[in-house]
Write a protein that binds this ligand. Sequence first.
Ligand SMILES: Cc1cc2nc3c(=O)[nH]c(=O)nc-3n(C[C@H](O)[C@H](O)[C@H](O)COP(=O)(O)OP(=O)(O)OC[C@H]3O[C@@H](n4cnc5c(N)ncnc54)[C@H](O)[C@@H]3O)c2cc1C
Length: 410
Amino acid sequence: MTSAAGLTDRVEHYRERFAGFLTTEVGPLEEELARQDVGSAFNPRLDDAGRMHPAVWEARREVQRRSAKAGLYSPHVGEASGGGGFTRAEMQHVEEFVYHRAGLGLGLAALGWTEGANAAIEHCSPAAREQWLAPLVAGEITAAFANTEISVGTDVLAMETRAVRDGSDWVLDGHKAWITNAHFADVLQVTAVTEPGAGTRSLTMFLVDASAPGVTRGRDIPTMLDDGLTGELDFSGVRVPAENVVGEPGGGFALAMAWINWRRMCRGGMCAGWGAWLLERAVDRARTRASGGTPIGDLQAVQHLLADMDADVYTARAASLAAQVELDELPGGPYGMPLHPDAPRLMSLIKVVNDEAFFRVADRAVQVHGGTGLRLGSPEEKLFRLARNLKIPAGTVEIQRNAIARRLLR
Ligand SMILES: Cc1cc2nc3c(=O)[nH]c(=O)nc-3n(C[C@H](O)[C@H](O)[C@H](O)COP(=O)(O)OP(=O)(O)OC[C@H]3O[C@@H](n4cnc5c(N)ncnc54)[C@H](O)[C@@H]3O)c2cc1C
């Protein structure tokens, strides 16, 4: 395996076009956003309800729509669903490039994130493909994945949200919390108990129209990300037509894991890209900031901070790429149903290695910048908070260790 694994012609082509898109499409939108004085794409002002300022959300949406038109929004989605059909190794290069180039700018919205389409939703019915999947791939609507509840995070199978059959429909009741994009999503990818006591077959995944009667968007849950994007959702007697069951009844746990595993694998490119960006900024700062009449980069103490950042970025990137290649080569690939038994360990390795390496990288980046690195809204300060956050969503780092050990001890 070399660092060129997955670096195919179509990745090169994507990167070239993405770079052009940032200049021609995103640049003017970013300037327009700056003129409105509503904060920036990833440091937005919040509205009175604590939600992302609508002008910032709309700027992100415009980037998504334009990116989808340019064929840049959904490279990770299967070709049969209108996406690029890229492998995970290819996606690691794409994600690394996007996060490195876009930094914390509006351009980051151009690559489908959790508000776009994902491998789990691709299991939906033909009717739902037309109603929900195609518009998601086209950036016309956005989604939210609603799995967590106030009293249930890690312990997914203990969830209380229920769906029962009523004729050909299902009726959904429950409450979800900590949901990214709860405030704005058009379609909600909800997991609910449909067969209590059936263990990993107890859940079903539904696509719920966010404007359906009985759906209420709850309060914002302010987090250290301070982006006004995390919220609650309430479902009270919501009727869901049978065609909005994703996959089959009882398949919800495996589908939820497909979504969660996707986020775990995305850590590889995300942390490689942002890590390289932070390292470049730190090197630049070390060259230009002086202490005692010489650049701080001449001081061994600072040189070691830079070297440790480089070591973490390099090793996490290499490990992730190796794991993504292995995942692509497994029978059924990274989204196989059923998933190959070697896959969870590899995905958890990607997540735990990156979450912890990137946290150290972000911490050292702040240290090299001194007080400037602590300035609210600086990239170092924001990414330090973001790095701390990464160790919890999509499965905590402890849960990744459980999955790794489970495979080792099998
Ligand atoms: C910013 C943000 C965005 C989020 N977005 C979404 C979203 O879009 N959709 C969604 O459904 N959820 C989302 N979540 C929820 C997230 O997935 C959960 O917070 C996460 O899974 C952890 O669950 P918890 O918070 O209940 O922690 P808990 O499960 O209460 O865990 C608390 C501690 O106990 C440890 N622990 C718990 N069980 C075990 C175990 N079996 N073995 C070892 N250690 C254990 C954990 O590692 C942790 O240290 C988001 C959360 C945040 C903060």
